[in-house]
Write a protein that binds this ligand. Structure first.
Ligand SMILES: O=C[C@H](O)COP(=O)(O)O
Length: 250
C-alpha cells in the first residue's frame, strides 16, 4: 500500500502571521501514525518563508499555480522555476477555480504540468465535473476527457499526482457518496494504467471537496483514494492534523 498524501490548498488566504499554523503542523506531525505525507500550498507570497521554516521537518511546501514559461514578460505570473527556487516541491495545476476564473483549458493545464516537470516539481493535476455534468450522468466522461487533455506522456508516481475534485463539492460542505467517489477513482486509476502502464498503478489519486476531520477517515478508506486535497479545513493546523490522522487510521 502506498503512503497517503494530505495536501492543503490555502487558496487566497494567509498573511505573514499564518506561519503559526505551519508551526502547529510541524509540531503535530510526529503524532501522525504511519508514513502519511503532509504538504501545504500557501499563497505565492508565503512559499519561500514556509519552505525555509519547513526545511528538514518532513512537511513539504507547494505552489497553487505556475506559468507555462520559465521567465519573461508575464506581469503578475510566477514560473515553476521560481517556485522551485523558493523551496517548493509540488505545484497544483488545473484547479477548477483556475479553470473557471482564468479560462484555463486542458491544453493550458497540460503545458503547466510540463512546466512543473521542467522545474523538477511534482504536478498535482486537478480534474472534476460540475454539478450539471454530474446530473447529466457525464461525470466519468468529463474526468476521462480532462485527464486525456491535461496529462502529458511519461508521467510517473514521482512526477504526478491527480486530484479528483467535483466542482460542486468544493467549499459547499457537500460530498459525493462513497460509491460515487469509488467509481470516479476507479475510472481514474484505469485511465492512468492504460495511459502510463505500470507507473499508472502507483500515481497517487487525491480526493478533494469539503474534506473535514469528521469525514476524512471514511473518504480516505475508499479504494484508490490515496490522500486528500483540502481547502478550507487546511487553514487551521488542528483540523489539518485531524484529517491526516484520518489517513493513518484508514
Ligand atoms: O483544493 C482544494 C479544494 O478546492 C477543496 O476545497 P474545500 O476543502 O474548501 O472544499
Amino acid at each position: 500500500m502506498t503512503s497517503k498524501l494530505i495536501a492543503g490548498n490555502w487558496k487566497m488566504n494567509g498573511l505573514a502571521q499564518s506561519i503559526a499554523e505551519l508551526e502547529g503542523v510541524i509540531a503535530g506531525r510526529s503524532d501522525i501514525a504511519g508514513d502519511t505525507e503532509l504538504l501545504l500550498c500557501p499563497p505565492a507570497t508565503l512559499v519561500a518563508a514556509f519552505a525555509m521554516r519547513a526545511q528538514g521537518t518532513g512537511v513539504r511546501i507547494g505552489g497553487q499555480d505556475c506559468h507555462t514559461e520559465a521567465s519573461g514578460a508575464h506581469t503578475g505570473d510566477i514560473s515553476a522555476e521560481m517556485l522551485a527556487d523558493a523551496g517548493a516541491s509540488h505545484v497544483i495545476v488545473g484547479h477548477s477555480e483556475r479553470r473557471a476564473d482564468h479560462g484555463e483549458s486542458d491544453e493550458t493545464v497540460r503545458a503547466k504540468v510540463e512546466a512543473a516537470w521542467r522545474a523538477g516539481l511534482v504536478a498535482i493535476a486537478c480534474v472534476g465535473e460540475t454539478e450539471a455534468e454530474r446530473d447529466a450522468g457525464q461525470a466519468l466522461d468529463v474526468v476521462r476527457r480532462q485527464l486525456a487533455g491535461s496529462l502529458p506522456d511519461g508521467a510517473t508516481a514521482d512526477t504526478l499526482v491527480v486530484a479528483y475534485e467535483p466542482v460542486w463539492a468544493i467549499g459547499t460542505g457537500r460530498t459525493p457518496t462513497d460509491d460515487d467517489v469509488a467509481a470516479v477513482h476507479a475510472a481514474i486509476r484505469s485511465t492512468l494504467e492504460e495511459r502510463f502502464g505500470e507507473a499508472g498503478k502507483s500515481i497517487k489519486i487525491l480526493y478533494g471537496g469539503s474534506v473535514k476531520p469528521a469525514n476524512a477517515a471514511a473518504l480516505l478508506a475508499i479504494d484508490h483514494v490515496d490522500g486528500a486535497l483540502v481547502g478550507g479545513a487546511s487553514l487551521k493546523a488542528s483540523d489539518f492534523l485531524a484529517i491526516a490522522e484520518g489517513a493513518s487510521a484508514s
